[in-house]
Structure formats: C-alpha cells, structure tokens
Ligand binder design. Structure first.
Ligand code: B12
Ligand code: SF4
Length: 442
C-alpha cells in the first residue's frame, strides 16, 4: 500500500461496442453499491467499458470487476491484465457468485453474493496483507439494510439517469430460468420505507429507475412506498409480475406514485410457465394489461421462446396472443439456461448445452438444444416474431388500445429501430451457430 489514499478501480466490462444508444444506458447499480460500501478513505474510480476504455496502465491498489454471465469472458481478460501487473483483483456479481471456482482462476478474491456485509472486511484484510480468496454473504431475514447507492464517482459520464436504486431484493417465485431465488433468497427483503423515501427525496431530477427484481412482489410492503412517492414528483420505471394488477388499489397507487413504465414477465402463452404462480392470475392477462394501460403507464411484456413444451407453432400463437392483450411494448427473449439455475442443471445433465461460451449467453442466441425444434428454427422464429410485432400496422394497433398514445408510439418507434437494426447470426450448417460444438450429436 502507498502513502496516498488507497485507490479502488471498479470495472463494468462491455461485451460489444455500443453506438449512440450508450447515452441511454444506466450505470451499474452493482458498482454503485460496492462504492457505497467502500470506506471514505478510499478513492473510488469507475471504468465503464460501455462508455470508455479501461485504464490498464493506471495505478490502483485494488481492481473490482462485476460480471453477469455474458460479461464473464471479458471480465476474466481484464482481470488477467491487471494481475499481470501485480494489481490485486476482486471479482463479484452474479456470475462469480454462481461459479466462484471458475472466477477464482482469474482473481485474488471472489465475493459470493452481496458485497455490503463483507466489503469493508475484505478491504481491511487487503490492507493487512491477508485478503482471503473467498468472501461469502448469505441473505437472511426479510429486511434489507444497505447504504444509499453512491453517484459521485459517475461524474462526467452520460447516462440516461444515475438515479437508480433498489427498494428490495430477493423473490420467492423461483422461476426455473432465473438466478434470483437461489442466490438472493426466497423472501422479499425490503428496506425501511422511510429510508427509501429519504433516498428518493435526495434526487434532484425527475427520472428514476427502481431496479428491484419485483418491486410490487409483496403488496403490503410496496404500498407504503408508493404512497410516499406520490408527493415526490418523480417519474419512475421498474419491474414486477403482473399479478399486482389484480388489485385496482395497487394500480391506482402505482399511477399516482409517478410510475411511467413497468416491465412484466409473462414468459409463455401456454404450458407450465403460463401456469406458474408468478404468471397465473384470477383475471385474464388481457384485462390486467388493459387496467394498467388505462392509467397511461407503459407496460412492457416479456415473453420467452424455447421452453420444452414449445414447438414451432409457439411463435405464431404468441404473436396472436399479444395482438389480443396489446401490451404497450412486447419483448421476446430466447430461453437462456444460466449457470446456477435449475434449467441449466437439467439441460447440462441431459447433454443439451451446445457450448459454454459465456459471452453468447445473452438471450439473443441459442445456446442449448430445444426439445421440439432445431436451434436454428428457434432462432429464426424469435427473429421473425420480433419483426412481426414491430411492423407499423402492429404498432399502430397496439398504440391505439390504451392511454398515453404519443408516449407509447415513441417507445415503439425506438424499439422498432433496435429490432430491425439487429444483425442476423448465420447458421452455416443449417443447425448450429458458427463456432459451436455439440456435445450430444443426435
Ligand atoms: C436491473 C437489472 C438489469 C438492468 C441493469 C441496469 C444497470 N445498469 O444497473 C437492465 C434492464 C439494463 C438489465 C439488462 C440485462 N440483464 Co439484467 N438484471 C437486473 C436485475 C433485476 C438487478 C441487477 C441489479 O442491479 N441489482 C442490484 C445490485 C446492487 O445487485 P447485484 O448486481 O447482485 O450486485 C451485488 C452483488 O452481486 C455484488 N457484486 C456485484 N458486482 C460486484 C463487483 C464486485 C467487485 C464486488 C466485490 C461485488 C459485486 O455486490 C452487489 C451489492 O450487493 C437482475 C436480477 C438480480 N437480482 O441480480 C437482472 C439480471 C442481472 N440480468 C440478467 C440478464 C440476463 C440481463 C440481460 C443479459 C438480459 C437481456 N438480454 O436483455 C441484459 C444485459 C445488459 C447489459 N448491460 O449487458 C440476469 C443475469 C443472469 C446471469 N447469470 O448473467 C439477471 C440475474 C436476471 C435473471 N433473471 O437471472 N438488467
Ligand atoms: S418472478 Fe422474476 S425475479 Fe422472481 S424468480 Fe421469477 S423471473 Fe426471477
């Protein structure tokens, strides 16, 4: 350690270069929270590779790198370069949390789970020259006590907004494709509503994003937060499961709180996922979507293609279903079995993973062998369905079925640009994406 203030570089790895859309990104809340947990004597710097180059030649006492699965390969490259210069590296985030042994090969220490309870200990150990290889936080209880996320170290960068926070963590729904329940706990852990509202009150701009897994998951704990937000004049977005809309009071509170957009996972029109406790509702989904859209809130509905009960008819069925339900914005994902999920364990056991090239685990590529169609058919069906719902007639038909038509149209036009501007992946052998190897050739 040096005589000057110790310097911590926090790194957000990028998987590909972004054009002008990089100005519409959010800063990593993961790193904002690590920064918030860092004692004040440390100087904290950020390298967000989406926005800038990594300062590989800089002088740092510690480099902390976050990684979702699709960022892991790049995170390891960055870690290796700093370690070659003798700078200690800590890896954290969802991928190192689910595969700590893999991450450990590229790091001096790995943080498994949430940083806040272990981070000061790790830094103190580092300064005493005895940093351990692994620090683990196991979520407990139903309360979340974390410091307000830090924003000063983001100065000078262009983000859509830096006003992001979480009111809660964890989710009991345990969807088989999701990492949240196994690693962030099956209980909703909410922060104290007064603490959340105080943090929200400290914001000086309107646009705010609540990055909870399911902000409305526990209605009785969400309602006081929404009531308090009603007087703050914020305009905010978040994500939840559609069941909240069964309760008209909740929809009303949501609109009054300043919510302008909500992302909901509907996932599948048929089969086990459609009947999952998260998606199963007493009312029809079309009615619930209408109830939310009537308030003028933009509702983004996310669908996944590739479950084991999905055959080639799923694309057409889903597009027709969404025409009927008319969410403001439909989003389609290709099923991606992330390590650490029940789905990954099942497909791996069955020899159905096509490869483990983590940078390709991004929902836009097929990384496993679907049960009832070829990987190429899944990819092409996903691509065609996206284009179908963003044809102009489809957009206009959706936009006309709800309030806030101008805002809805604007969101759809933006999304259409992304959908029609994507690059097609070539399947040279008509089956498998280039560069992949089958472990289980049938
Ligand atoms: C909000 C969110 C987003 C936002 C991110 C906004 C932002 N820039 O912050 C948006 C909507 C953009 C997004 C996009 C995507 N997301 Co997302 N997202 C989430 C969500 C709901 C919360 C993440 C978050 O900010 N949490 C709050 C922070 C504080 O928690 P945290 O990340 O866990 O960080 C803590 C610890 O992990 C640890 N930690 C994290 N990093 C580090 C680093 C160090 C050095 C240390 C010590 C500790 C540490 O300490 C932190 C504080 O406790 C999670 C679900 C979840 N609960 O993880 C999914 C999740 C992370 N997303 C996921 C995915 C797949 C994606 C997409 C790839 C989906 C897609 N194709 O569109 C994209 C990728 C975008 C990209 N940048 O490349 C998956 C990742 C699965 C995986 N194994 O990788 C998750 C887990 C959801 C799931 N269903 O499983 N996402
Ligand atoms: S409801 Fe959402 S956050 Fe909860 S387990 Fe399912 S996908 Fe994950």
């Amino acid at each position: 350690m040096t005589a000057r203030a110790p310097r911590l570089l926090l790194v957000y790895p990028a998987t590909h270069k972004l054009g002008w859309v990089r100005r519409f990104q959010l800063p990593s809340l993961s790193l904002k929270q690590v920064a918030a947990a860092t004692p004040p004597e440390w100087e904290v710097l950020l390298a967000d590779e989406v926005q800038e180059d990594i300062p590989f030649d800089g002088s740092f006492d510690l480099v902390g790198i976050t990684a979702m699965t699709h960022q892991a390969t790049r995170a390891y490259q960055i870690a290796d370069r700093f370690r070659q210069r003798g700078i200690p590296v800590v890896l954290g985030g969802i991928h190192p949390t689910v595969l700590p042994d893999e991450a450990r090969q590229h790091a001096d220490a790995v943080v498994v789970g949430e940083a806040e309870p272990v981070w000061t200990q790790l830094l103190s150990d580092l300064q005493k020259g005895r940093m351990a290889p692994l620090y683990r936080c196991v979520p407990q209880g139903d309360r979340l006590e974390i410091p307000w996320s830090r924003r000063d170290f983001l100065a000078g960068r262009n983000y859509l907004t830096t006003q992001t926070l979480q009111a809660s963590r964890g989710c009991p729904y345990d969807c088989p494709f999701c990492t949240v329940t196994p690693y962030f706990g099956r209980t909703f852990r909410y922060r104290d509503p007064d603490d959340i509202l105080a943090e929200l009150r400290s914001f000086d701009r309107k646009l705010t994003v609540l990055l909870d897994d399911n902000i409305l998951g526990d209605p009785e704990r969400a309602k006081p937060i929404l009531r308090g937000m009603a007087s703050l004049g914020l305009r905010w977005g978040g994500q939840a499961n559609l069941r909240f809309a069964e309760d008209p009071e909740m929809v009303n509170l949501l609109a009054k709180s300043g919510c302008i957009g909500i992302f909901v996972g509907i996932e599948s029109v048929a089969g086990p996922q459609a009947n999952h406790p998260k998606t199963g509702t007493r009312s029809s989904q079309a009615d619930l979507i209408k109830r939310v859209r009537d308030t003028g809130i933009v509702l983004e509905a996310s669908m996944i293609f590739g479950f084991d009960d999905h055959d080639e008819s799923v694309f057409e069925t889903t597009v027709r279903y969404l025409e009927k339900c008319a969410p403001s914005i439909p989003t389609f994902h290709i099923l991606t079995p992330y390590p650490g999920t029940a789905l990954f364990e099942q497909f791996d056991r069955e020899g159905r993973m096509l490869h483990k090239e983590w940078q390709r685990y991004d929902h836009n590529q097929v990384v496993f062998r679907p049960r009832l169609m070829t990987p190429e058919r899944l990819y092409q069906g996903w691509r065609a369905a996206r284009r179908e719902v963003y044809r102009w007639p489809s957009i206009f038909s959706r936009v006309m079925q709800g309030n806030g038509r101008f805002v809805n149209l604007a969101y759809n036009v933006l999304r259409r640009g992304g959908v029609y501007g994507d690059e097609e992946i070539v399947f040279p052998d008509g089956q498998i994406p280039a560069g992949t190897e089958l472990r289980d050739e049938r």
